[in-house]
Design a protein. Structure first.
Length: 567
C-alpha cells in the first residue's frame, strides 16, 4: 500500500510549522521550488489578513505585509511559475475596493496590477508567467475574467456580458493556448468550458444539470478531471483530450471532494473527500487501473466508525409547491417506542449549501450519539440547485424562506420517531438570523435555540458591514435607508416579545461582518423581558471560531444547551 514519503524518502509525519496565539492561519500554499510555504492570518478574527512565509524545514514565520488595518487575500496559486512573483489582493488603496497586487520576492516591493471601482482578485498564472488572470467579483452570482499582461499591466476584459453571469477561471492548458473555466453563461447551472485566446472562443466541454465545481488538467494536457455537485454529493469525471471520451469514476467514498491535483510525473490524481462520518481524508486515484487508496488517517479519538451516522437525503414539501432538499440524521441508539428530539440546522450564506461533510467539526455526530437527531436543510437561496433557486433569497431575508423553516418543523413533527414538542433550531451568520427569525416569528415550534453571530436587526446590520461589502447590500438584503420599513418588518428584533424558547447566543467581539451590537441588542431586550437567554462573547474571535480552544468551548456550550432543554 503506498505511503506518503518526505524529502528524505522516509514516511512523513505531521510537523507543526506555526505557533500562533493571537492570529489564526487560514491557508498553506507551497512555493514552486518547495522551499517555503505562504500563509495568511488575521488577528482575533478581524479578517484583516496579513501575509506570511515560513520555510518548509520548520523555520521562523516571517511577515510579508504589516498593515493591520488592511485586508490581504491569497488566491489558490499566488506564485508565478518561476516563483519570483506573488499575486494577491488587498484593499490598501481603498477600504471599499480590492486590488490585484504583485510582490517581487527578491526586493519585497509590491505594485498594483489591476484596480477599479470594485473587487478584483487574482486567478491563475499562464505557464510562461507572462499573463495573470484577474477576477472581478460583481456579486455572489456575477463575475468577470480579465487577461492581464504582467510586465506592462495592460489588461483585457474577456467576458463582457449583461445581467448576472458567473465566470470563474480554473487552470491554464499547459501549452498556454487558453484556460478552463466554469460558468452559468446562458444556463441554470455551472458548466465546464475552455477559453481559447487565439480566437477568443468559448467552448463547452460539459453542461450537466448540476453544478461543475472545480477542474484540473494533467501536466501534458492529455486529461481533464472535474467534479460535479449532485444534490450535495461530489461526482468525479475524467476526459481524455485526444478522444474526447468522458468517464465517471465510480466506487469513491460518498461525500464532498476538494483540491483535485494531478501528479506531475505519474498517472495519478489526488483529492480530499469530506464525509459526514469523520474528518476529511486524502485519497489517490490511479487513472490507468481505476484503483484508489486513502493516504491520510484522521483521528476520531477512539470512537468506532460504526457509531457514526450517515444522513438520508430527503425532500419535504413547502408552501409554494417546491420540494426543499435536506439531510436527515436519525440517532442510531433510539430505544423502541421512544421519540427523539431533533435540531434544525440552518447554514450560513445564505447563498451556500449544506452538504454531506463532517459539519461543525463533528457537532452533528456528537448530538446523534446523545440521542438528538439533526435536519440540515437547503432552503430557497441555497447554492447547488440552480441560479433561479439561489436568487429567491435576494431582498427577501425573513420572507418566503421562513415558511420553508416552518414546513421543515411540520415535516419533523410528522415523523413517527420524532418528539414533536422537542424541536431545536441552530445556525450561524445567516443561519443565526434565521434561528432568531424562527424563535421570534414561529415561536410555537421550538423548545430551544442557539444563534451564532446572527444579525438581529437588518437595518443596523446592513449599515455596519465592511466597506467592500456595502455595494452588494441593496441587491442582497436591502438598503438601510430606502428599504428601512421592509428591513425592520423582517428583523427578529421587531418580534422579540414573542420568544418562548430558551436562547443561547454566541458572538465574536471582533466580528467585522455581523458586529457585536447585533447580538447585544437582542440580549438586552430579552433580559429586559425576563426571558431565558445566555450570552457568550469571545473576545479573541470574529465571524465564527478559528481557535481550537474556542471551537471546543462554543460547541460544547451549544451541545449542552440542547441536551439540557431537549433531551
Amino acid at each position: 500500500q503506498p505511503v506518503h514519503l518526505g524529502s528524505d524518502g522516509r514516511p512523513s509525519a505531521p510537523v507543526q510549522l506555526t505557533n500562533l496565539t493571537e492570529n489564526s492561519a487560514r491557508r498553506a500554499i507551497w512555493s514552486p521550488g518547495g522551499e517555503m510555504i505562504l500563509t495568511m492570518a488575521d488577528k482575533h478574527g478581524n479578517e484583516n489578513f496579513q501575509l506570511y512565509q515560513v520555510p518548509a524545514d520548520n523555520g521562523w514565520l516571517y511577515p510579508l505585509t504589516e498593515a493591520p488595518d488592511v485586508r490581504h487575500e491569497l488566491p489558490g496559486q499566488p506564485f508565478s511559475p518561476d516563483g519570483q512573483l506573488i499575486a494577491y489582493a488587498c484593499n490598501g488603496r481603498s477600504r471599499a475596493n480590492l486590488d490585484i497586487m504583485l510582490r517581487e520576492r527578491a526586493t519585497g516591493e509590491s505594485r498594483i496590477l489591476l484596480q477599479g471601482d470594485g473587487n478584483f482578485v487574482p486567478g491563475a498564472w499562464s505557464p510562461d508567467g507572462q499573463y495573470l488572470l484577474g477576477i472581478e467579483i460583481g456579486n455572489n452570482m456575477d463575475s468577470n475574467i480579465y487577461l492581464i499582461h504582467v510586465a506592462s499591466g495592460e489588461h483585457k476584459l474577456l467576458t463582457p456580458h449583461e445581467g448576472d453571469v458567473r465566470y470563474l477561471p480554473g487552470e491554464w492548458h499547459p501549452d498556454g493556448s487558453g484556460f478552463y473555466l466554469v460558468s452559468d453563461h446562458e444556463r441554470e447551472f455551472n458548466g465546464l468550458a475552455f477559453y481559447r485566446l487565439a480566437d477568443n472562443s468559448f467552448n463547452w466541454l460539459v453542461t450537466p444539470d448540476w453544478d461543475v465545481e472545480a477542474s484540473a488538467i494533467s501536466p501534458d494536457g492529455g486529461m481533464v478531471a472535474w467534479q460535479v455537485n449532485e444534490d450535495g454529493y461530489s461526482r468525479l469525471y475524467v476526459r481524455e483530450a485526444a478522444s474526447g471520451a468522458v468517464k465517471q469514476i465510480m466506487g469513491l467514498p460518498a461525500g464532498v471532494m476538494a483540491n483535485l491535483r494531478f501528479s506531475p510525473t505519474e498517472p495519478l490524481l489526488g483529492f480530499y473527500v469530506h464525509r459526514p462520518v469523520g474528518p476529511g481524508e486524502l485519497y489517490m486515484l490511479n487513472l490507468e487501473t481505476g484503483q484508489h487508496w486513502q493516504l491520510s488517517q484522521a483521528f476520531l479519538g477512539g470512537i468506532p466508525a460504526e457509531a457514526m451516522v450517515e444522513p438520508e437525503l430527503i425532500r419535504y414539501p413547502t408552501h409554494d409547491g417546491r420540494e426543499i432538499p435536506a439531510f436527515l440524521f436519525k440517532p442510531k441508539r433510539l430505544p423502541p417506542g421512544k421519540r427523539a428530539p431533533v435540531v434544525l440546522s440552518i447554514h450560513g450564506g445564505p447563498e451556500s449549501q449544506e452538504r454531506p461533510a463532517y459539519s461543525y467539526n463533528g457537532f452533528y455526530q456528537f448530538l446523534l450519539n446523545r440521542g438528538i437527531g439533526v435536519l440540515a436543510t437547503n432552503v430557497r437561496g441555497s447554492t447547488g440547485y440552480g441560479k433561479s433557486y439561489q436568487k429567491l433569497i435576494h431582498r427577501d431575508w425573513g420572507g418566503a424562506e421562513l415558511k420553508d423553516f416552518e414546513h421543515a418543523a411540520r415535516y419533523l413533527q410528522s415523523l413517527d420517531w420524532v418528539a414533536p414538542d422537542k424541536l431545536g433550531v441552530f445556525g450561524g451568520s445567516f443561519g443565526g438570523f434565521a434561528t432568531l427569525s424562527c424563535v421570534t416569528r414561529l415561536p410555537q415550534y421550538w423548545a430551544a435555540a442557539v444563534d451564532i453571530v446572527g444579525p438581529s436587526n437588518l437595518v443596523t446590520f446592513t449599515k455596519a458591514v465592511p466597506e467592500f461589502w456595502k455595494r452588494y447590500m441593496k441587491a442582497w438584503v436591502g438598503d438601510p435607508d430606502e428599504d428601512r420599513d421592509m428591513l425592520l418588518e423582517r428583523s427578529p428584533i421587531s418580534y422579540v416579545n414573542n420568544i418562548e424558547a430558551p436562547l443561547l447566543i454566541l458572538q465574536g467581539a471582533n466580528d467585522p461582518r455581523v458586529v457585536q451590537a447585533e447580538s447585544d441588542q437582542m440580549v438586552a431586550q430579552l433580559e429586559q423581558l425576563g426571558r431565558e437567554v445566555d450570552y457568550m462573547v469571545f473576545e479573541d474571535e470574529g465571524h465564527g471560531f478559528t481557535k481550537t480552544s474556542n471551537i471546543h468551548k462554543a460547541f460544547r456550550a451549544t451541545a449542552d444547551w440542547f441536551l439540557t432543554h431537549l433531551a
